[in-house]
Design a binder for this molecule. Structure first.
Ligand code: ZN
Length: 270
């Protein structure tokens, strides 16, 4: 099969999977939504469009040229036998993103941007794209460094990127999978229950399940949790219960420092 046909088939399958997941979100939700979905999802889609646009700029101006120039020729995986390079590159990129996500919670400036994603009071596939556009720009040097240090070729990077995006959509979905199936999946993949704990409105819950791709990085680093029930805690960041609109979200990184993890204000939309 020619490349365009394969791409069209992959895109068609992905669109079908997303549509099926959206229907299942309504029929079999993992958590009961707290807010009316339409307004919230509209705001998330607007923020997501800005973020994806910023990601495209980064890809075109920085990452694409790096990969095309094969600038990773001296990267770590180039020292390995050719047969295992694609797998090694996949694992290394995924592991690096685990650490980057930890950094977005630990470094105050990065957390100011990342909390725009975390203040959502419900969690569904629209949350998966709810990021501040500056988040993409600030992470660009790190992603460029990942390419230079790891050294994937363009194809290996594209494969991991596709997996990563599909994984992010999947684990933000508000879908109730059979518990046994989910526990088995969670040995390898990041699942909706697992990532739901990362979005719960308590610091110790948020400081777990950092991975966005393969799940075993959390097991390896002792940050894996599956011990909280689906609705044990609300979703969100307690200090910012009413920062969901587009304008408020874009301004949120500049909000005065506060105790993010205590409910300091009354929620106008809770
Ligand atoms: Zn996070």
């Amino acid at each position: 099969m020619s490349r365009p046909v394969v791409r069209a088939a992959i895109f068609g399958l992905a669109a079908f999977a997303v549509a099926a997941a959206l229907r299942r979100e309504d029929r079999k939700p993992l958590r009961t939504p707290r807010l009316p979905a339409h307004r919230r999802q509209f705001d998330n889609l607007i923020l997501g469009a800005g973020s994806l646009l910023a990601a495209q700029v980064v890809q075109r101006q920085l990452l694409g040229p790096l990969l095309e120039a094969d600038a990773g020729r001296c990267g770590a995986v180039r020292m390995l036998p050719a047969s295992i390079r694609p797998v090694a590159a996949f694992l290394a990129l995924d592991w690096a993103m685990y650490w980057w996500h930890r950094a977005t919670h630990r470094v105050p400036l990065l957390w100011r941007l990342h909390r725009v994603h975390h203040v959502d009071l419900d969690l569904d596939m629209s949350t998966a794209i709810r990021f501040h556009a500056l988040d993409q720009l600030v992470s660009a040097p790190t992603r460029a460094a990942m390419i230079l240090f790891v050294g994937p070729d363009a194809r290996a990077h594209a494969r991991w990127n596709l997996f990563f995006f599909a994984s992010v959509l999947f684990h933000h979905a508000n879908v109730r999978l059979p518990r046994g199936l989910e526990e088995r999946l969670a040995w390898v993949l990041t699942t909706p229950r697992m990532h739901g704990i990362h979005h719960m409105a308590r610091r110790d819950a948020t400081d777990s399940n950092w991975t966005s791709g393969l799940s075993f990085w959390d097991r390896l680093h002792g940050s894996f949790r599956m011990d909280l029930n689906d609705e044990a805690l609300p979703i969100g960041v307690p200090g910012y219960p009413d920062q969901l609109g587009v304008a408020a979200s874009l301004a949120l990184p500049a909000a005065p420092s506060a105790d993010d993890w205590s409910s300091r204000r009354s929620a106008s939309n809770m």
